[in-house]
Design a protein around this ligand. Sequence first.
Ligand SMILES: [Fe+2]
Length: 316
Amino acid sequence: MVNAPVKILIAEDEPTMLSLMSTILEGQEGCVLRVAANGEEALERVRGEHPDLLITDLKMPRMGGEELTSRALSLQPDLTILVATGNGTLESAVDLMKRGVFDYITKPFDVDDFLTRVGRAVEKVRMMPLSPDSQAIIGSLMRALETKDPYLKNHSSRVASLARQLGLDLGLSYRDALLVERAGLVHDLGKIGVPEAILNKQGPLTAEEYDQVKRHPIYSADIVRPLKEFKECLREVYHHHERMDGKGYPDGLAGEDIPLGARILSVCDTYDAMASDRPYRSGLPEETIRAKLLEARGSHLEGDFVDVFLKRTIPS
Ligand SMILES: [Fe+2]
């Protein structure tokens, strides 16, 4: 089968930089290039043209790169994003990748490094493309879910991205890491089946309410089961709330009986739930999150996975 061309959108306000990137990428086989001179224009193009890969500057007029990446992921949760950053400290790079960005490029970049990173992103897009129909279905369901629980905005994209990274750090093949990422993208879709009053409740849930929450991984798997692109990661979606000690749900699996991808998701999901704002509290400070993740080693979460995750995400 001939691959469909990979649609790349570059958002960059600096004409010299834009023409440099365009010149480098125009020669790439199987890629179609579009450009936008500011964040607003780029967002419009994401909305209308559904690019596969967005390469964006951070500082731009009429919407900077940070807002653009957040809004673009909300429109198209599986969008692969590369951020070109002028102040490429490790901290800002790590932070962007925690927010669902695939990779970053530091400016001024050298051509080889730029091509390597774009090449990796294109490889990801080509390896396991979601059909336009599946993209549209997932995107629409995600937005429906976000209207019920606005605090879930971009949670799935962030968990997916962190899970891919953790999978790679643990030595998974690129393909397997992408499957875990894919499961991350839809793991909470089943919350559509949980009443809003429960999702947004401030304070502890009753036993009956908690029983309803516990059904969401089953619903998530049911929702994506008809889409063939999710066939290989259904178990990861279904089991993302199991615990190492067997006290999780829906099946109470323990230890290595829990699919590896689900154990990876669990670490990233737990992290993001603590790092994000909730109706009743702001995101927790990183040191608190680190302590809580360490506390959950072995009981709730796979201990080794926590260690590898912390090393990259909250280095001490
Ligand atoms: Fe969940």
